[in-house]
Design a protein around this ligand. Structure first.
Ligand code: NAD
Ligand code: MG
Length: 379
């Protein structure tokens, strides 16, 4: 039995998390989301959390009226989200708000000594150098929910004293795998939103199309597993069956496989180190037939190199890169800039904003703001 707090409950990961909680019979003690109060009402009626926080202040009154008969306390704004994150009846927080908006609530949850099942990769991308030591200081576990990182985490289990040679992150390649630079220039928003193997929120789907998602995951893995970015390889694997792997000193590679379904990673973060029966489909190798692997094309998709560079620079650079990307993806989704302009905007911002250290959450949020304002001038 666990008491779970779900941040980002109305999103793709949030909804799948509630489905895992339903299946395992876990209590959900608090939920938090952006603005979808219709869905929040349904979630409140089913799970009866103590707290429900909605980020959009203008929606709070509506939500309060909707659930007045339930006994759930409705909060709003960023402070309300943070209050949900530290709800005293909660021993693990599933962090699945999209973007840097997830950073502060996740940090607050760590300070209140709750384990973190982390889907929100932007938290580690922008502030891994603060969050990982913070987790150590407060004695909490950071359990990866990103499928690749969950796979690496599973591949490291039982090998505590064995040195790893590299981490191998697999990437589906997104909808534009094999495209040339010229072909990429004219792709539309609806083409970019069609991911070949995963159904996810809009921001991460666009990140998968630009390969920025894999770049962010390189930084995320470097923090989680304390490895050099140069020891993290990326390989394109179209079928999304091998979710990632670790390579050991003897050149053995241990990976984790299964059908592409985020509920596996969500559930493992909850039940670790145990495994439980799941609703996820079984993988049938004979039906699958084959798995294919390709090298990524860094000249067509430069986002991964930018991420490696930002990580090596450190300081405010990863937060600047991430903020620029969030802003540029927003402009692309609103039809203000083209697809290839996203990575170009990230690169321009990274090279034009002065390098600084960013040793506090406030400094990271400041770097994020600076990057967003630089990009908004481009739109
Ligand atoms: P989504 O867009 O489907 O959902 C985002 C959730 O965050 C929603 O509940 C939304 O209401 C909430 N939200 C947005 N802004 C907020 C704010 N300011 N305050 C509070 N809540 C806010 O996104 P998603 O696909 O579920 O992804 C969530 C996170 O998980 C992202 O960081 C993503 O990179 C990561 N992730 C997702 C997947 C996936 O399969 N979807 C896989 C790996 C990692
Ligand atoms: Mg992933």
């Amino acid at each position: 039995m666990r008491d779970v707090i779900v941040l980002g409950s109305t999103g793709s990961i949030g909804r799948q998390t509630l489905s895992v909680c339903r299946n395992l019979g876990y209590r959900v003690t608090a939920i938090a989301a952006g603005s979808n109060v219709e869905l929040m009402e349904q979630q409140i009626r089913e799970f009866r959390p103590l707290i429900a926080a909605v980020a959009d202040e203008s929606k709070a009154a509506d939500l309060k009226t909707r659930v007045a008969d339930t006994g759930t306390k409705v909060l709003s704004g960023e402070n309300g989200i943070c209050e949900a994150a530290v709800c005293r009846y909660g021993d693990i927080v599933l962090s699945a708000i999209v973007g840097i908006a997830g950073l502060r609530p996740t940090a607050e949850a760590i300070k209140s000594k709750k384990d973190i099942a982390l889907a929100n990769k932007e938290t580690l991308v922008t502030a891994g150098h603060i969050i990982m030591p913070m987790a150590k200081e407060y004695g909490v576990k950071i359990l990866p929910v990103d499928s690749e990182h969950s796979a690496v985490f599973q591949s490291l289990t039982g090998n505590k004293n064995n040195k790893i040679k590299s981490i191998i992150l697999t990437a589906s390649g997104g909808p534009f795998f094999g495209y040339s630079k010229e072909q990429l220039r004219n792709v539309t928003v609806s083409q970019a939103l069609k991911h070949p193997s995963w159904s996810m929120g809009a921001k991460i789907t666009i990140d998968s199309a630009t390969m920025m998602n894999k770049g962010l995951e390189i930084i995320e893995a470097a923090h989680l597993f304390d490895v050099d970015v140069d020891d993290i390889q990326v390989v394109i694997h179209r079928e999304s069956i091998l979710h990632s792997a670790a390579e050991y000193e003897d050149n053995s590679i241990i990976g984790q496989m299964g059908v592409p379904d985020m509920r596996t990673a969500i559930q493992y973060a909850f039940t670790y180190p145990k495994r439980c029966a799941s609703e996820v489909k079984r993988l049938n190798f004979a039906e699958l037939g084959k798995m294919t692997f390709y090298a990524p094309n860094d000249s067509v998709f430069p986002a991964m190199s930018l991420c490696r560079e930002a990580f090596k620079r450190g300081g405010n650079a990863p937060a600047v890169l991430n903020g620029a990307n969030e802003a540029a993806v927003g402009l692309f989704l609103n039809g203000k800039i083209g697809f290839t302009d996203i990575t170009k905007a990230v690169k321009d911002t990274l090279y034009n904003i002065n390098f600084k250290s960013a040793d506090t959450i406030e400094a990271v949020l400041e770097a994020d703001k600076e990057a967003r304002s630089y990009v908004s001038d481009l739109g």
